[in-house]
Write a protein that binds this ligand. Sequence first.
Ligand code: COI
Length: 354
Amino acid sequence: MEFEIKVEKLKESRISQFDPKNIGFGKLFTDHMFVCDYEGGEWKDFRIVPYGPFQLSPATSALHYGQAIFEGMKAFASIKNEHDICLFRPLDNAKRLNISAERMAMPILPESIFMQGLHALLDLDRQWIPREEGGALYMRPYMFATDDFIGVKPSERYTFAIFCCPVGPYYNKALRVKVEEEYSRAAPGGVGFTKCAGNYGASLYPTAQAQKEGYDQILWTDPIEHKWIEETGTTNFFAVINDTIVTPALTQTLLAGITRNSVIKSLKHLGYKVEERPLSIDEIVTAHQNHEIKELFITGTAATLMNLDGFAHRGTYHEVLSNGDNQISKTVKQFLDDLKVQRIDDPFGWLSCI
Ligand code: COI
């Protein structure tokens, strides 16, 4: 079904603020944003407006009770067809948004609204897409509750919006992570598998503590035994143990990363052995002592794929970056980077080019 989208264009583009040689991450936003509202049981008022502030009541329920969910996704300039923009697995983001929405008692957003809004916005702001190697247009679809009402209940009104920013790498160097055994990210029956804002808010204090100790990020362990590796504060986690790539199996407390899934499928396509299974920190420490850890890496939309320099566990830092040439992570990263810009064929049908 097609929806009518009202378009109000920015009078003068801000594109001159964009320096393709110095892109950064998440500070500069493109000219427009897509917005629609939910009220009376339906989505309505589909519009593209200049990027700018919302007017919100101080009682806006998302700010009090946390009904706020988001997605992160990227579009790339095709090197095959100069004018094409290629979106990477956009429908998977639309589906995951709705998984989060259901758990957070928020309304389902029809995938057709998600896709149509995204396409219309990208079409209008296509000049912002970085063409430099490693650059992308990051898109942030999100939904939040807008009732102005004090009382804990699902809101009756919501806003869904998408804005974009040209981005370079989220991380610029291999990370030093601290294995977190005191704080927990999520618990069984909770919201760990959703992309709700609170999951990230709750990670900030333990991450800041780790950063004070000289680490870049935390590596979460499970909330019951603090034994099983889950994910980092911003990404999923992979270990290359001898010739096998192992990543924690998905549970209720892990985010089902779209990049995680893409890396697993790409590795298998390239002929590597991949295991999704419970992975304990003890296994990693022992494998490291036995020189069996060849690479550690993390994956996410923003981070793409980044190696770990090493990990701190109970006060001991285990350096792994020096173990080898990171051939497997380099190979799969290159494969996905090439696929996203149409340098190679896309055997999975992941790209949607407009
Ligand atoms: C993403 O990778 O897109 C995320 O949403 C994670 C966030 C830390 C930037």
